[in-house]
Design a protein around this ligand. Structure first.
Ligand SMILES: [Zn+2]
Ligand SMILES: [Zn+2]
Length: 280
């Protein structure tokens, strides 16, 4: 890698094979350790399945693990992602809710396959599942089927031509509201953080979300430009919110150019998260 790049100590936003990432929790952690990172956050969509393996890898590679999750929520037709950190993974309520969200993902996938059927393309659920190595299935997995079968030449094209918003096989996913997502994370004693607000300019919602338990904003992120970072840093200070950051790593073939450690935070943020979670 380019030695001129100054990496962050900690990358708090990484996906693994438990959801739509290409690397296993162990592989993500091994990569982070090899890059010299001191900590890593595993934040899969709607599942904590990767935590156990990540804990073992964290010990083996001597890197601090921040156990996380990412929830897709809907706010007046706009997609709002909420990160949860250091939740109580043994919470029955949390696990029941996550199971429901994953069930909705499977249901949505069946509807997408039905759309393809009407378009004259037969794809089975089993085929999609071959690419979903964990329990949380998503559109990147069917995009992979389309790529393998030669219908598209990239994941991006699969979204643009078939499964993205407005495309012929697009089916919206059932989502919680941001308030419900934040409530779920707080109910499980976790720290709720607004993910990459710059992607859809979500600052209007922040005051109301703080009222229901939002405690942080993701400031450093691969889809934030310099102005976004400045804007959310200022907002975080104004509202006294935790500033988090991470790459949103999914694997090079799935999200080209999004590399572990290029976005993130200093090591002390881990302690701030642990401290908040302990008091939640
Ligand atoms: Zn996200
Ligand atoms: Zn993410």
């Amino acid at each position: 890698m380019d030695s001129a790049i100054d990496l962050y100590d900690v990358d708090l936003h990484c996906h693994t094979t438990a959801s739509d990432g290409l690397l296993s929790p162990t592989e993500v952690i091994r990569s982070a350790a090899a890059l010299g990172l001191k900590g890593i956050g595993i934040t899969d969509h709607d599942t904590i399945q990767g935590w156990q393996e990540a804990e073992i890898a964290g010990r083996n590679y001597q890197i601090k693990l921040v156990r996380g999750i990412e929830l897709n929520t809907d706010w007046k037709g706009r997609e709002v992602h909420i990160l949860g950190y250091e939740l109580d993974g043994s919470s029955d309520y949390l696990n029941r809710q996550l199971k429901g969200l994953r069930k909705a993902r499977e249901q949505r996938m069946l509807e997408i396959l039905d759309r393809f059927n009407h378009l004259g393309v037969q794809i089975t659920f089993q085929e999609v599942q071959q690419f979903a190595l964990g329990e949380s299935i998503g559109r990147p997995h069917i995009a992979q089927v389309l790529l393998e079968r030669g219908y598209v030449s990239s994941i991006k094209e699969a979204f643009e031509r078939f499964i993205g918003r407005g495309a012929p096989a697009y089916v919206p996913l059932y989502k919680l509201t941001p308030e419900e997502g934040i409530g779920l994370i707080r109910e499980a004693h976790g720290v709720a953080v607004l993910a990459h607000p710059g992607v859809r300019r979500l600052e209007d919602g922040i005051p109301a979300w703080i009222d229901v338990g939002l405690q942080g904003i993701e400031v450093s992120h691969s889809e934030h430009n310099h102005e976004d970072e400045q804007r959310y840093r200022t907002l975080a200070k104004e509202y006294n919110l935790l500033m988090t950051g991470g790459s949103d790593f999914h694997g090079e073939a799935r999200k080209p150019g999004v590399k572990i450690g290029y976005w993130g935070v200093d090591e002390e943020v881990i302690l701030q998260i642990f401290d908040l979670a302990q008091r939640n």
